[in-house]
Unconditional design. Sequence first.
Length: 634
Amino acid sequence: MVTIVLLWGPGLALAAVLGLRGWLLAATAPAVTMGVVAIGAPVVSGVGVGWGLGSFLAWTAFVLVLAGVGLLLLRRRGLAWSVPQERWSSTGTLTVVAALAVAAVVAAQVVSAATNGLGTVPQGWDAAFHGNAIRYIAESGKSGNFALGWIERSENPPAAFYPNAYHCFEALVYQLTGASIPHILNTGMLINSALVVPLGAVALIRAAGGSAGFAAASALVSTTFANYPWDLYQWGQLFPYAAGLAMILPFFALVIRWMESGKDRLVVLVAVVGAGLIGVHSSMAFIAAIIGLAYAVQRAVTDPRQWVRHDLPRLGAMAVGIGVLSISYLLGATTMAGRTSAYDWPAVTTPSRALGDGVLLGSDAQWPQWLLAGLVLVGLYLMVRNVVWRWLAACYVIFLVLFVASSAIDFPWATAVTSPWWNDRFRLAAALILPATIAAGFTLQAVARRVQGWTSALVPQLRSRRVATVVLGVVGLLLAYGYFGQSSGYVERNAERMRWTFHSPVLSPLEYEGMREMSKHVKPGELVMNDQFDGSVWSYALSGAWPVNGHYGNTPGPPRKLLDERFNQFAVDPQVAKTIRDLNVKYVVTEEGFMAGLGRVKGLTGLDELPGLKLLYSNKDFQFYEIDWTTLAS
């Protein structure tokens, strides 16, 4: 409940002040909140104030006052308080609510089946980094863009940028609840998947003037795709990336509503959410650029003169606004460009198979999501024929091409064009689902309307508007029942793909127990030598004890690399001993579970034979030693 209130509250307030009402207000509020967090975190850091609930509420109040004063000034010129839009009927609204409830239940079932509860430790590659980051921001109050350097580039923390709006938000939840870091991560995953994702589809369709049935159909299927959101939580466990993708459709809902209504105060919300996208994950800038370009091209082709006179100045204002509000993240991202462009996953299949995997939603599983893929393909065909949605069908094609390039092509050009996504096919497959969700809903809506039309033609008594609405609702209900009857919402399929990472032996219950014991000994400022390939990278997030290595497979700087290779020579190697003193390493821990079949680093072998180590705690999976500094080589 705390996460929901914190995620919706500030966004609801700001969006309401600026004129949003109804479904657009409710559906875009989380994205607006994340934008407020993203802009505020570096500002709070820059003025020397610690990040916490008090500073965040003060920042939010400041933003609300600015928006309110601006609106009052414009109100004197006759500006309406709200941005009007034709309402959906009560029946339509109830249909959307019902679809959102079903989507949320499906998401909750997936999470329940995949985990042992929200307190289960997620053990993918990046989960420990995000867990350590959340606790660090919460306890230190440091919210600058380079605050997470001790994890990513520990030998030179000020030189390591990482977009941290997601972590700053979750740090607030941690401060308010005191819940465990795994519980914080998993609760965020549940709320993002169960509520924010389906609401994003509703927001886009509402802004574009789509029907309530269309919005309900898209929301209904939104939590059943494997590629997004679920695959992002089963390997990389890309919590910020998933949160960023959930903001994309609300962002374009605001853009479309702004363009269609001409209410220029909405550019404030567009800029705030745009900055939030970049602050949550840098890749979102490229996804938004692709979708935005497709939307802009369609508007330009449809009415070139109107585009030049009306759209172009507004698009320019939008770009400037987003750039100004996200400048700290954009400048920081330039320091990472070399790392992302150099990263290249090897091709895992052929282009033809990758194409089939993308189109049929195979997601590396034994069987594709046949029924869902069929709905998407039919919907894409219908969208191409519909001028309102043609641009989004083009986005599907673009993301599909990028997915094939990252999956099956090793040429330099393929690496270059997919570098904003770390050449990672799973990230691009997830982006593909954004237009696919709308396409699947389009099909369900079209089928329901077609059947309702046939029924009315066969039975003239059913042609009245009220009766036709009832018939349409019944047909829609039957279609939904048929979809879930055939697929069961793909609950078990999606849960099975995630289950391994929440039941991994890398961090066993005994190792978790050992970390809690470790926290009784390690004092602030003291470091624990650990292996970057075992579960001890979770030490800080779970126990508050700072490890030397806080991220799986992190490339260590010279001091840490030296310890990885020769720590067990501390009694005879003066260089190793000096590094231990310089870093204030007082303890060492070893664990038995290793990531991806990797083994123990050379410097942590044979520790039980070293006289300079005192065993403080041990179980079959966990050994924790204190270093006797008197035995360090001089």
